[in-house]
Design a protein around this ligand. Structure first.
Ligand code: HEC
Length: 449
C-alpha cells in the first residue's frame, strides 16, 4: 500500500480519537475517499487481522458477542471494530507495554489499527474474495489438537439464576497407573458464561487435603461438617495443574518442561461460578497432552500471597504487598495476578539487595479479564532472589464495580471480599517437587527467609 495511505490513516485515527473522546457517534463524512482504490479491502487486509487477533473469541460458541468471520458480519461491525481497536480495548490485554515482553500479547500493531480505521472510513469495501487468506480452521471444542486424556467433572454442577455462588469443588480421580508429565493442558467449561475462574489442583495419593470430602460430586465449604475440611475448602498449597479465566490460552510448556501428575492422583476442580440471570449447569473438563520423553525441568506454580490486609472504606488507592525469596534456582515463566472487584493495579518486581526495584509486569486490573502473562524470554533467577507482588485497590465509590464503598474489606472467597494472589510459574529441576523446592540449602548465605 502506498505511503500516503498510511499518513491518511494516521490522520484519521487522531480524528476518531478526538471524536470518541467527545462522545461523538455519527458516521463521519467519507465521500471524499469512498472511491480511494488504495483503501484496504476486507479480504486482502482486514480478514487476516480478524483471523489472527479476534476470531479466537469472536466466533460461534465462544465468549465474544459478535462473530467476525464473514464479510457481512465485519461490515455491520466496521465502525465498532475501528473504534474499539483504536482505543486498544480489544483484543483484551492489560499489561503496561513499557514493562516486559509477553509471548501471548495479542495486541494490534499501530499499522493494523490504521488499516481497520481506513477500511471503515472507506465504507468497508469487500475487495476480491481471491485475496483472502486460507480460512482459519477452528476446532469446535478444544483448542489443543489430539489430546491424550480428557478428565471431566463426574457430575454437573447446578447453578442458580441469581446470587453469589460459593467456591465449588469436585474431586475427580485420574485413574493414572503411572506418573504423567503434562506438556499442554486446557480447561474447557461447558457453560462458559458462568465460569469466572477455575483452578485444577493435583492431589497425589496419600495427601491429607480434603481427605474427608466426597469424590465425584460437587461440594462447597458450607457442605463440610468439620472445621478442618471447611478450612481445606478455602485454602490449599497443593500443586496447581492449570488456572482458567475467560480469554486465557491453553498452557503450553516449552520442550523439556512439563508439569507432573503422580500415578493415582486425583484432580481437584475449584470452580468460581457467577450466576448469569438464568439457572443452568456446568460440567467443566481438562484436556491433557503428555510429553513424549521425561522432561529436564518441572514446572511449578508458586504464589505470592497476602491475606492479612484490611482495605478501609472509601480508600481509592490502597496498597498491599507480598514478598518472598526463592529458596533455590528457578526459571521464571509466567504470571497470573488475582484480585476481585476492588482491584486496580497489580505488579511483580524483583527487589535487589539495595532495595532497587526491577519491574517484571504491571497490570491495569480488570476483574472480568483474569489473564496470564507469559514471558517472551524465560528469566533464569538465582536462589536468594527476592520477588515482590504489589496490589492496589479502589474501595471508593468512583470504582463502578465496587459492591459497597462503605465497608472495610478483607480476604475472602466471595467477589465482595478481596484476594491478593500473585501466581507465577517457574521451571525447576525435574526431580524437585514443591516441598523439596522450598528446602533451603544451609550454605546459601544470601537466603534470608
Ligand atoms: C479473548 C477474547 C476476545 C478477543 C481476542 C477479542 N474479543 Fe472483542 N470482545 C470479547 C468479549 C467477551 C466482548 C464483550 C465485552 C467484554 O466483555 O469486554 C467483546 C466485545 C467486543 C466488541 C463490542 C461488541 C458490543 O456489542 O459491545 C467489539 C466491537 C469487539 N469485541 C471487537 C473485537 C476485535 C476487532 C477484536 C480483534 C482485534 C477482538 N474483539 C478480540 C472477547 C474478545
Amino acid at each position: 500500500m502506498p505511503r500516503s495511505h498510511f499518513q491518511l490513516a494516521g490522520l484519521f485515527l487522531s480524528v476518531i480519537g478526538t471524536l470518541a473522546f467527545l462522545g461523538w457517534r455519527d458516521t463521519p463524512r467519507v465521500a471524499a475517499v469512498a472511491m480511494d482504490i488504495n483503501a484496504p479491502t476486507f479480504y486482502r487486509d482486514v480478514l487476516p487481522i480478524l483471523a489472527q487477533h479476534c476470531q479466537s473469541c469472536h466466533r460461534p460458541g465462544e465468549i465474544g458477542p459478535l462473530p467476525l468471520i464473514t464479510y457481512e458480519q465485519a461490515r455491520i461491525g466496521a465502525r465498532s471494530i475501528a473504534f474499539i481497536s483504536a482505543s486498544r480495548k480489544m483484543p483484551p490485554w492489560f499489561a503496561d507495554p513499557r514493562v516486559g515482553h509477553f509471548a501471548n500479547d495479542p495486541s494490534l500493531s499501530g499499522q493494523e489499527i490504521g488499516i481497520l480505521a481506513a477500511w471503515f472510513k472507506a465504507n468497508a469495501p469487500a475487495g476480491n474474495p481471491h485475496d483472502a487468506p486460507p480460512a482459519r480452521i477452528w476446532t469446535t471444542g478444544w483448542n489443543i489438537p489430539q489430546l491424550d486424556a480428557v478428565i471431566e467433572m463426574t457430575k454437573p454442577v447446578a447453578l442458580p439464576a441469581n446470587g453469589d455462588i460459593e467456591y465449588t469443588y469436585e474431586i475427580v480421580p485420574t485413574n493414572f497407573t503411572e506418573a504423567k508429565w503434562v506438556q499442554l493442558s486446557e480447561i474447557r467449561p461447558s457453560s462458559r458464561a458462568n465460569v469466572h475462574h477455575a483452578v485444577v489442583y493435583v492431589r497425589p495419593p496419600g495427601s491429607k487435603w480434603l481427605e474427608h470430602a466426597p469424590i465425584g460430586v460437587p461440594f462447597t465449604a458450607a457442605d463440610m461438617t468439620d472445621e478442618s475440611s471447611r478450612r481445606d475448602a478455602l485454602w490449599t498449597d497443593a500443586d496447581i495443574l492449570l488456572v482458567y479465566a475467560p480469554g486465557s490460552s491453553p498452557d503450553r510448556w516449552a520442550d523439556g518442561m512439563a508439569k507432573l501428575v503422580p500415578a493415582g492422583s486425583d484432580l481437584v476442580f475449584q470452580m468460581h461460578y457467577m450466576s448469569h440471570g438464568e439457572a443452568t449447569a456446568d460440567q467443566s473438563a481438562i484436556g491433557l497432552v503428555f510429553s513424549k520423553q521425561p522432561p529436564k525441568q518441572r514446572v511449578l506454580t508458586l504464589q505470592l500471597t497476602n491475606d492479612h490486609f484490611v482495605i478501609p472504606p472509601g480508600a481509592d488507592d490502597y496498597r498491599v504487598e507480598a514478598r518472598g525469596t526463592l529458596p533455590n534456582d528457578a526459571t521464571l515463566l509466567s504470571f497470573l495476578p488475582h484480585m476481585h472487584l476492588r482491584g486496580k493495579r497489580f505488579e511483580y518486581n524483583i527487589v535487589h539487595a539495595d532495595e532497587a526495584i526491577e519491574p517484571l509486569l504491571r497490570v491495569n486490573w480488570d476483574f472480568y479479564w483474569q489473564l496470564s502473562y507469559q514471558l517472551a524470554e524465560p528469566l533464569p533467577l538465582k536462589a536468594g532472589t527476592e520477588l515482590q507482588a504489589v496490589a492496589w485497590y479502589d474501595n471508593s465509590k468512583a470504582n463502578v464495580h465496587n459492591p459497597d464503598p462503605n465497608v472495610a474489606v478483607r480476604w475472602g472467597d466471595q467477589t465482595s471480599d478481596e484476594m491478593m494472589v500473585g501466581f507465577f510459574d517457574v521451571a525447576v529441576r525435574a526431580d524437585l517437587d514443591k516441598w523439596k523446592y522450598f528446602v533451603r540449602p544451609r550454605d546459601t548465605s544470601k537466603v534470608t527467609r
